[in-house]
Design a protein around this ligand. Structure first.
Ligand code: B12
Ligand code: SF4
Length: 467
């Protein structure tokens, strides 16, 4: 499929970068080059990387692909594993990065560069801030590794690295490898990983919200894997863990964007007895039959970006999939089918006022949203929203780009009022009484525990921590 904003950096020497040529080069290697692959821990002061963390599917995909030709050492700093100071045993140091851990990724890149290693930076932040990332590495990989792999691997084998690897065409997901979980689970500290197994059925999201990196990186593309392959991967996990009701977590940007595909996938999932959760947009969850099928196929939780109860705000961020008139229906359809809701709400928009906080509180309480999550709107580098807000941003300290820091003064309320209301709302929603009101009669599971943790956490909140 064609990327929307083509920028052809890919060489036209197609023979040089063919799979056959790569295979031949690989067979000529005297010994396999050694890669150190790193998931850095962020320097943020918030709880984002603490406690249980999710298995990093992005880095697993990189390891699985690279592991065919190279020897891989896999380090996830969030588990407490550390990057050695002496990198002499490695040829390539490859690091994944989002904005919130970019400073850490750059420090690892700098350390490896000084020691003469090939340093590769990939992930959302280096993709969006290529020039900045280039100062800390040999090469930046733009977007997914799969679509540049033959070129990148050939150049590594021949030591002819380029500054940027960017595909002019995206690979179909048909040939997507099964991620090899062994890379992540070999760590003695892997018990810190969430028991939810990450899985991917689709990539991309054409909705086009202006604060999101996905449409900027992958354009209007939406790709999906054959349903048989997704089910096969689920069955592999069932066999590996020796039980049917394994917990899977979709990492898709927007798994329900193509209703036909999504419903067919759910019908097949309903036959195998798994449990699952996903990030989902609301585009057709107001239809009762969709929620019924989701429940029947083993869904126990959906994470929904309600974002705001203010129609002007929804319009301003181009969140066309969110129709305020559908919010109530979506929630009651899911609840009727035993699906809990992790509801995301953002504050700090120009249109926000004290009333926005009250509206959100009322919505959450009336609709008994099980697990509300509140964040402050964060313009991430490379997005249209970042360009729009750049001159008003309070800082460019990437450690604070975790969606829990105050980024700019909204036009309708001062920063002080914004943060006071932000804290108050969280404390109100997670008061013991409010938790009981929202959770009464719901199954005694981890969602209760999450509420209890949030109760303890929000009690101590102060506006200053968001500065
Ligand atoms: C699922 C998801 C989550 C899950 C799981 C996160 C996880 N640990 O993976 C949960 C819900 C926990 C989550 C949490 C958060 N998330 Co999130 N999340 C996503 C989402 C939708 C998909 C990520 C994913 O796994 N995709 C599937 C994998 C296979 O694809 P991939 O990550 O793109 O990786 C490919 C390429 O990037 C590349 N690549 C990646 N790394 C490397 C490294 C090398 C060396 C190379 C060569 C290539 C390469 O190849 C990979 C394989 O194809 C993305 C959107 C997106 N598309 O990135 C947002 C996204 C990453 N999240 C985002 C944010 C803001 C957050 C939170 C801060 C939100 C919050 N307030 O809690 C936290 C931070 C968590 C953390 N510690 O990083 C932002 C980050 C923006 C930015 N510029 O940093 C994104 C981009 C969404 C957005 N707003 O645009 N998230
Ligand atoms: S619906 Fe979600 S994934 Fe799609 S563009 Fe908007 S924020 Fe990004």
């Amino acid at each position: 499929m064609q990327i929307d904003q083509p920028e052809t950096i890919l060489s036209s020497e197609s023979a040089r970068y063919s799979e056959e040529h790569l295979k031949q080069l690989a067979s000529e290697q005297k010994s396999r080059k050694k890669w150190l692959l790193v998931q850095p821990v962020s320097n943020t002061s918030m709880m984002v990387d603490s406690g249980t963390v999710s298995i990093p599917l992005n880095l697993l995909m990189v390891a699985t692909l690279a592991g065919e030709l190279f020897d891989i050492t896999f380090i996830d700093e969030r588990l407490g594993d550390t990057v050695p100071d002496d990198l002499s045993e490695f040829d390539v140091v490859a690091v994944t990065s989002r904005t919130l851990n970019a400073s850490k990724a750059y420090a690892i890149g700098d350390l490896a560069k000084v020691q003469g290693k090939i340093v590769i930076l990939g992930g959302v932040h280096p993709t969006m801030a290529r020039d900045e990332a280039s100062d800390h590495c040999t090469s930046v990989v733009y977007g997914e590794i799969e679509s540049v792999w033959t070129e990148l691997a050939t150049d590594i084998l021949q030591d002819t690295m380029k500054e940027v690897y960017k595909a002019s065409t995206l690979k179909s997901m048909t040939n997507m490898h099964h991620p090899d979980f062994g890379y992540a689970l070999q760590s003695k500290k892997s018990k810190k990983y969430s028991s939810r197994i990450p899985i991917l059925a689709t990539k991309g999201c054409p909705v086009g919200c202006n604060f999101c990196t996905t449409p900027t990186i992958y354009g209007k593309n939406y790709r999906f894997r054959e349903i048989d392959f997704v089910i096969e991967e689920m069955k592999y996990h069932q066999e590996r863990l020796g039980k049917k009701n394994v917990n899977l977590s979709f990492m898709d940007d927007n798994i329900s964007f193509r209703p036909k595909y999504f419903l067919e996938l759910l019908e097949e999932m309903a036959k195998i007895g798994i449990r699952w959760n996903a990030n989902i947009s609301m585009n057709f969850l107001h239809k009762p039959e969709v929620a019924e099928l989701a429940g029947r196929s083993g869904c126990d939780l959906l994470s929904i970006g309600f974002e705001s109860l203010n129609p002007e705000t929804l319009k301003s961020v181009h969140k066309g999939s969110n129709k305020l008139s559908n919010y109530g229906n979506v929630v009651s359809n899911l609840h009727k089918n035993g699906i809990a809701i992790q509801g995301y709400f953002m504050f700090g928009f120009d249109n926000d006022s004290e009333e926005s906080f009250q509206l959100t509180y009322d919505f959450i309480m009336e609709n008994k949203i099980e697990f509300p999550v509140f964040s402050l709107v964060t313009p991430f580098p490379g997005t249209p929203y970042f360009d729009e807000m750049k001159s008003r941003l309070r800082h460019f300290d990437w450690n604070k780009y975790d969606t829990y820091h105050y980024m700019f003064e909204p036009t309708k309320m001062g920063g002080k009022k914004l943060l006071e209301n932000f804290v108050k709302l969280q404390q109100e929603v997670y008061k013991g009484r409010a938790i009981m009101q929202r959770m009464k009669g719901k199954p005694l599971n981890w969602v209760w525990l999450a509420n209890y943790m949030m109760h303890r956490f929000t009690k101590k909140l102060k506006p200053e921590i968001y500065l």
